[in-house]
Ligand binder design. Structure first.
Ligand code: CIR
Length: 394
């Protein structure tokens, strides 16, 4: 039986008193209940001091505070459980969010996000790791939110449509040949569900967000599919998601073996969008402002799709790859992104975990250095398997 998915506007009512004000007793009771199982960062950092400080805010701001943690209050399997509602949340609620951001990004002492896109072409070449890595799907993306709009978790339908239309104007004149595909019913660039699925099968377009409990509960998926779409360059190497977890996810996909080339392509696209006059939300300390605190800093995620049949034992032991990747500062996900599965060849999307306190250039370096070690482990596992097979024949 399919599970009913609830929306933010219904969920938040559980944490209000009879007058419609935020009820901290109800919130704390829920967090305590969850502590028996899994403790999200939103839960862990909602201390008594945070409650006391929160009570000094206006009721309007207290309602916002409830909104930013509604996902964590709803689902016991959230690991972070936070979705910011507007860029200012990272100032107003810093008394709650700062320790959480520090813990997630392992920040010690004072750190200020710096940017550096000076990523050399010809230095991080995958065939130097393994000659078989000649034609690899390499991806990089940055998350961006535009100043002047609420973040996706608290946009209303009109604001989503207005933002999408502003982006269509950018795409029409920013100088890259390509096409915008809109999921908004009645939009001049509308595409059908079938056409959208073709783009999903190519791993270009994001999923139907209403299928994701987290995104439904925190309001990011509200008003689906209004204001959502994707711009794709003619050669299908550059893309922009509009209206997913952040206003924009700016993406480059390159088939090849030089990690620097994907960065070059991504930076061209990002610069093109910036030159069109959009101003991206940025925090003086925490860098690029994103809906999920996990993406703060560079907002950059860079990955390759690699095959790890030996570490994953033919795709049956995804956890082994995830654990090894983690120990190397990498994340391993399925081919369809977070929460998706790997195939029988152990095909996984591998990226560095670091987003904050590293520059864009360091993200690429970390990916390359992590891959050197990961492929070495894969080769060792293959050799070990071969050795066992050989001995078993006697
Ligand atoms: C959680 O808290 O478990 C989810 N909201 C996912 C956190 C991972 N990051 C993300 O979606 N950008």
């Amino acid at each position: 039986m399919s599970q009913k998915i609830f929306e933010k506007k219904d969920l938040r009512k559980h944490y209000l008193d009879d007058q419609g004000n935020v009820d901290y007793i109800k919130i704390q009771a829920r967090w305590e209940e969850f502590k028996k199982n899994k403790v999200s960062l939103a839960n862990k950092h909602f201390t008594q001091q945070v409650v006391e400080k929160a009570k000094t805010l206006s009721q309007e701001d207290q309602q916002r505070l409830l909104d930013i943690m509604i996902e964590g209050l709803t689902y016991n399997d959230s690991s972070v459980g936070i979705a910011a509602t507007r860029p200012e949340d990272y100032d107003l609620f810093l008394f709650y969010l700062e320790p959480l951001i520090r813990e997630y990004h392992k920040i010690e002492g004072q750190t200020k996000q710096e940017h550096d896109w000076n990523i050399p072409v010809g230095e991080y070449v995958l065939t130097n790791i393994d000659p078989k890595l000649e034609k690899v799907s390499m991806r990089a993306r940055v998350a961006r939110n535009v100043v002047g709009y609420s973040l996706p978790s608290s946009m209303d339908k009109d604001e989503r449509i207005k933002f999408e239309n502003q982006m269509v104007e950018v795409f029409e004149k920013f100088g890259f040949p390509g096409k915008y595909h809109s999921l908004t019913p009645g939009h001049k660039n509308f595409i059908s569900d079938q056409e959208a699925d073709v783009l999903r099968n190519k791993h270009f377009l994001f999923i139907n967000m209403t299928h994701d409990n987290c995104l439904m509960s925190n309001g990011v998926a509200s008003d689906w599919p209004y204001g959502r779409g994707i711009w794709i360059s003619e050669d299908e190497t550059k893309m922009v998601w509009v209206g997913e977890e952040d206003h924009l996810r700016i993406i480059s996909i390159v088939q090849g073996n030089d990690l620097g080339k994907v960065d070059q392509s991504l930076n061209e696209l990002l610069t093109g969008i910036e030159k069109s006059g959009l101003k991206f939300a940025e925090h003086p300390t925490y860098g690029i402002i994103t809906t999920c605190p996990t993406n703060m800093g560079t907002g950059k995620r860079q990955s390759i799709l690699g095959k790890f049949p030996n570490i994953t034992k033919g795709g049956k032991d995804e956890a082994n790859l995830k654990n090894i990747a983690k120990s190397l500062g990498l994340q391993a996900r399925g081919i369809g992104g977070e929460h998706s599965n790997m195939d029988s060849e152990g095909t996984a999307d591998i990226s560095p975990s670091a987003r904050f306190g590293v520059t864009e250039a360091i993200v690429t370096k970390r990916l390359y250095e992590g891959l050197i070690k990961l492929y070495e482990i894969e080769r060792n596992e293959a050799n070990e398997k071969q050795r066992q097979n050989c001995c078993n024949t006697f």
